[in-house]
Design a binder for this molecule. Structure first.
Ligand code: PGA
Length: 259
């Protein structure tokens, strides 16, 4: 039985006051919520401060990026063991904004995946198709190729204790979420694709949906059998809105058969 996971990706937003105010408010909002794992991903510079304010809470810490090296002459970079040192649990990789603005390739993302696993942390691997690929019926082929680089390098067992976030590019920051049935179809494809390699791994892997998730559309997305929570951008910046999404995941009723 998979637990949903909601991660709030703050991207390039926030300041030190927001970190403390947000976490205090979120802890209050979620004090009696069970059945859903939660993490927040503030900008790197605030991770340590966030960790301090999360002390004693089950809300986990997530980083938005990592380098492929453990240490050395790599100015400006942050390594997986440093993130582990300050208490991060999850690390987002393969996000469309990094693939696009920083030209990160599938192979480079697979290297990040490997280094994160080596440190015993949990990669959140973002995959998803562009609008043009979607319209050309390439969604499944694109998702498969983004999974293949990890599968070919590390095998299916690498997805044990790893997260996949399906984020159609056309839904990110556009206010236009995929409809729940559309998203479920792709999530099922992703899970079935992993079944071809290892059915036990496929059954346990968390597959989040990402792309314009908000308090209004979350509940319906989470009733889908293969949607195990969400990677939330814009709607993760206000504690009450983010908490409403977490509560929707905690309360979601799944159809019996598939999960
Ligand atoms: P959004 O971002 O919720 O603002 O669309 C999601 C993401 O980029 O992970």
């Amino acid at each position: 039985m998979r637990h949903p996971l909601i991660i709030g990706n703050w991207k390039l937003h926030g300041n030190k006051h927001m970190v403390s105010n947000f976490i205090t408010a979120l802890r209050n909002e979620l004090s009696s919520v069970i059945g859903c794992d939660v993490a927040i991903a503030p900008p790197m510079i605030y991770l340590d401060r966030a960790k301090y304010h999360l002390t004693g809470s089950s809300i986990a810490l997530c980083a938005q990026n990592v380098d492929t090296h453990v240490s050395g002459a790599f100015t400006g970079e942050i390594s997986a063991n440093m993130l582990k040192d300050i208490g991060a649990k999850y690390i987002i990789i393969g996000h469309f904004e990094r693939r696009s603005y920083h030209k990160e390739s599938n192979e480079y993302i697979a290297e990040k995946f490997a280094i994160i696993k080596n440190e015993g942390l949990i990669p959140v691997l973002c995959i998803g198709e562009s609008k043009a690929e979607n319209e050309a019926y390439q969604t499944e082929a694109v998702c498969a190729s983004q999974l293949d680089v990890v599968l070919n390098r590390m095998g299916a067992k690498a997805f044990e204790n790893a997260i996949i976030a399906y984020e159609p590019l056309w839904a990110i920051s556009t206010g236009k979420s995929a409809n729940p049935f559309q998203a479920q179809r792709v999530h099922k494809f992703i899970r079935d694709y992993l079944v071809l390699h290892d059915d036990a791994v496929a059954e346990q892997v968390i597959i989040q949906y990402g792309g314009s998730v908000n308090a209004g559309n979350a509940a319906e997305l989470f009733t889908q059998p293969d949607i195990d929570g969400a990677l939330v951008g814009g709607a993760s910046l206000k504690a009450d809105v983010f908490a409403a999404i977490v509560k929707a995941a905690a309360q979601a009723k799944k159809p019996d058969a598939s999960s």
